[in-house]
Design a protein around this ligand. Structure first.
Ligand code: MN
Length: 311
């Protein structure tokens, strides 16, 4: 499949790269890094990146605006997601051929053309490797984008699937000129008002008897603060990390666009993904999520996690 993908990349004049909705830095970095590497190798090709943007990671750069007609004879590559309803910009369906490159455990319902390696901490790690295997040159800008994805998806080289290979690839990207200071500056700096808002959320953390911490962010949160969904759903989950008494924590956020409640689940070292799956979600062993009907269903998730800790 890898061979087939790179043959197609060589063949097509127009290549459009998609990734998941509400992108994190692995989604954005893999998309941009791959696009830059293809453009550098084939300057005559038209390579576009599309999708919604999150304010949090806007520092990496803008998306391209393209017409539907651009898809007519195009190859689409989707990164960091293998599930159709999570792909940002459903116009990928207009493309002539579609490939998926992912590292999640979900089975793919988009295309038969799937390259998935669940042993990779970040799809950026996988893509850097694929590019080198196929004799692509990774420029310093592409290296910065890919490095950003590895750093964030690995929790700063901390989470489970972080391996020697992860660090070797990240190291090679640094040697190619990845601007780690640019990435870290943007990851670790926030405004005074952002910090104040976080303190407000921290003060609302609740815990269960056996050590599940949770936040329930209903629509009043968005009336009170000028925050987008991603800032709350992904941005506030880590407020509950690093507390000795809390092995599992979850963040439930009302999604006004779909009238659902999105749950983000995290654990220090206990596998919790099966519970996420039982609520129709998925992800990684210790970092996963699910889209829920309402906050009553959120209570059921909390009860399941609490039961897991009671064992
Ligand atoms: Mn990822």
């Amino acid at each position: 499949m890898i061979k087939k993908l790179f043959k197609k990349i060589k063949e097509y004049d127009t290549i459009i790269i998609h990734r998941h909705l509400r992108p994190d830095l692995d989604a954005l970095g893999s998309q941009r890094g791959l696009a830059l590497a293809i453009k550098d190798k084939y300057p005559k090709k038209q390579v576009f990146i599309v999708g919604d943007m999150s304010v949090r990671y806007a520092f990496l750069g803008k998306m391209d605006e393209i017409d539907d007609s651009t898809y007519q004879n195009a190859l689409v590559i989707i990164t960091d997601v293998a599930v159709a309803n999570m792909v940002s910009d459903e116009r990928y369906k207009l493309a002539k051929e579609v490939f998926v490159i992912d590292h999640h455990k979900n089975s793919c319902d988009i295309t038969e053309n799937v390259i998935v390696d669940t042993s990779r901490i970040a799809v950026c790690e996988l893509i850097a490797d694929l590019l080198w295997q196929n004799k692509f040159v990774i420029s310093s800008s592409a290296a910065t984008a890919l490095y950003g994805g590895i750093v964030t998806d690995s929790g700063r080289f901390q989470y489970g699937e972080t391996t020697g290979r992860t660090l070797k690839i990240a190291g090679a990207l640094l040697d190619l000129g990845a601007d780690k200071n640019f990435i870290y500056k943007n990851l670790y700096t926030e405004s005074l008002s952002e910090r104040t808002i976080k303190n407000w959320f921290s003060s609302r953390i609740k815990t269960t008897k056996n050590g599940v911490a949770y936040l329930k962010n209903d629509k009043t949160v968005f009336e009170k603060f000028d925050l987008d969904f991603f800032n709350v759903s992904r941005g506030m989950v880590s407020l509950m990390a690093g507390i000795t008494e809390i092995p599992i924590w979850c963040n439930f956020t009302y999604d006004v666009l779909n009238d659902k409640v999105v749950g983000e689940f995290r654990s220090r070292d206990i596998s919790i993904v099966d519970i996420a799956k039982s609520f129709g979600g998925g992800g990684h062993d210790c970092a996963c999520g699910a889209t829920l009907k309402d906050f009553q269903e959120a209570d059921k998730v909390i009860a399941e996690f609490d039961k897991l800790l009671a064992k």
